[in-house]
Design a binder for this molecule. Structure first.
Ligand SMILES: Cc1ncc(COP(=O)(O)O)c(C=O)c1O
Length: 395
C-alpha cells in the first residue's frame, strides 16, 4: 500500500534500544548530546520573545510567497551586519518553515526523481531522510582530516555523475566544525560552473566561530553574495537565534543574474503552493533575530568553557584526543578503535550513564570517533568527559 520511499527500517538499533532500557529502568543519564538550546540553561529574553509573537498585524492574512517584506528586510539586515559590502536583495530571499523545508524546496527545484546531490561526509544525519522523501539520491564525497578538515576534491569529482544536480556542504560543518576555506570556495564554484551544478551551503552555524581556534587556511565568509555559480544559502532562527521551536528558515540565492531570477520565480511558486510560514512568526522575525546577540554570546561562552575543560582533561591522558574545531556546537573525539563506536557508546551508557553519539551516525569513514555537544551544561559536561575518559582507560 505504501510508497517504497517510506520503506524505512523502523526497528530500533542497539544504541536506541540501550537508551530506552536505561530510561525505562529510571536511571539518570549525563547527556553529552544535549544540543537543544531551549533546555540547556540559557537565559532567553522572555519578554522580548513573547511580545514579538503578539503583533496585532498578525490578525490579518495577507500572504506573500517569498515572505513578508518586513521579515525579509530583517534577514537582509542580518547579512548586512556581517558584511556591509555584500550584494543583497530581498527579491533573492525566500522564507521557509525551518531549513528542512528549505531543503525540500531546493530538491524539488533542482532534481527529477532519481537525480543526485553530491554531499560532503561526515555530516548532518537528517540529509538522508530529506533526500529520500524527495526521491533524491545522495552521492557522498569525503571531508578528510589531515592537518584540519578539508574537502577531498578528487573524491568530489568522482562523485559527480550525469545525474548530479548540486553540491551540498554545511559551513561550518556539523559535527566536524570546519569552515569552507576561501581557496575551497573558489574551487567549488569552478566545479559547479564546469558541470552546471548548483551549490547549496547550509550556514546555520556560521555565527558560532570559536575564538582562537587553530585554523590553517583562510576561511570563506557567508556564501550569500557569490558571483560565479548558482548558489543557495540556507539558514534560520534555529541556530542563529537559538530558537529551533520557531521553525523559521530561509533560502538566499546568489550567482549569475539570469539563473538566480529563474530559480527565484520557480521557488516562489513552490512556496506559494504551501504558504506554510505563519504570519505571527513573520511579524516576530525582526525582534527574534534582534535578540540573537545575547543568545550567541551565551552559547559561545558555554562552548569555549566546555572545550577548555575538555582540553584540560585530555592533557592528563593519552588515549583520547579531540579533532580541531573552528566553529559550531559539537566536538569530535578520537578514541581507540578497539571496538565499534556503537559498542563503546552503549558501554558508556550502561556502565557509566553517559550519553554520546557514535561517529557512524554522521558517516565517519572509520571507527574510533565519538561526537559530543559542547552546549551541554558545564558541570554535566565536565563529569561526563571524566567518566568517558575513565571508561576508555578501562577503569
Ligand atoms: C546542518 C544543519 N542544518 C539544519 C538544521 C536544522 O535546522 P531547522 O531547525 O531550521 O530545520 C540542523 C539541526 O541540527 C543542522 O545541524
Amino acid at each position: 500500500m505504501f510508497s517504497k520511499r517510506t520503506d524505512w527500517k523502523l526497528e530500533e538499533n542497539a544504541y536506541t534500544r540501550a537508551l530506552r532500557r536505561h530510561r525505562q529502568n529510571g536511571r539518570s543519564v549525563l547527556d553529552l548530546t544535549a544540543s537543544n538550546p531551549t533546555v540547556c540553561n540559557f537565559q532567553y529574553d522572555e519578554a522580548a520573545i513573547l511580545s514579538a509573537l503578539r503583533s496585532k498585524e498578525a490578525l490579518e492574512y495577507d500572504p506573500e510567497p517569498k515572505g513578508l517584506p518586513s521579515a525579509r528586510a530583517a534577514v537582509i539586515e542580518y547579512y548586512r551586519h556581517m558584511d556591509p559590502t555584500a550584494r543583497l536583495d530581498p527579491e533573492r530571499l525566500i522564507l521557509t518553515t525551518g531549513t528542512s523545508e528549505a531543503y525540500s524546496f531546493l530538491f524539488r527545484l533542482l532534481c527529477e526523481p532519481g537525480d543526485e546531490i553530491a554531499i560532503a561526509q561526515p555530516s548532518y544525519p537528517l540529509f538522508d531522510f530529506l533526500a529520500t522523501i524527495q526521491d533524491v539520491k545522495l552521492r557522498p564525497f569525503r571531508l578528510v582530516y589531515d592537518h584540519g578538515w578539508q574537502i577531498d576534491f578528487h573524491g568530489l569529482q568522482k562523485a559527480i555523475g550525469a545525474r548530479t544536480r548540486a553540491i551540498l556542504l554545511v559551513h561550518p560543518n556539523n559535527p566536524t566544525g570546519n569552515f569552507i576555506g576561501a581557496d575551497e570556495a573558489e574551487e567549488l564554484q569552478a566545479i559547479c560552473r564546469e558541470h552546471n551544478l548548483a551549490l547549496v551551503v547550509d550556514e546555520v552555524f556560521l555565527d558560532y566561530k570559536i575564538r582562537g581556534a587553530n585554523s590553517r587556511r583562510k576561511r570563506h565568509g557567508s556564501f550569500v553574495s557569490v558571483n560565479h555559480a548558482l548558489t543557495f544559502v540556507l539558514s534560520g532562527l534555529s541556530k542563529i537565534a537559538a530558537l529551533p521551536q520557531m521553525k523559521v528558515g530561509w533560502i538566499a540565492a546568489s550567482g549569475p543574474d539570469e539563473l538566480v531570477r529563474d530559480a527565484m520565480a520557480r521557488l516562489e511558486i513552490i512556496s506559494d503552493t504551501y504558504l506554510s510560514l505563519s504570519a505571527p512568526l513573520q511579524h516576530a522575525l525582526p525582534a527574534l533575530l534582534g535578540q540573537r546577540g545575547k543568545m550567541q554570546r551565551q552559547l559561545i561562552d558555554r562552548i569555549e568553557v566546555n572545550l577548555a575543560e575538555l582540553d584540560e582533561q585530555l592533557a592528563r591522558q593519552n588515549l583520547v584526543s579531540r579533532l580541531e574545531i573552528e566553529g559550531g556546537w559539537y566536538a569530535v573525539l578520537r578514541v581507540p578503535a578497539v571496538q565499534s563506536d556503537e559498542e563503546l557508546s552503549i558501554r558508556l551508557l550502561e556502565e557509566h550513564s553517559v550519553l554520546v553519539q557514535p561517529g557512524h551516525f554522521y558517516e565517519f569513514a572509520d571507527e574510533g570517533y565519538l561526537v559530543v555537544s559542547s552546549l551541554t551544561p558545564a558541570d554535566q559536561f565536565a563529569e561526563g568527559i571524566r567518566r568517558l575518559l575513565a571508561c576508555v582507560a578501562g577503569k
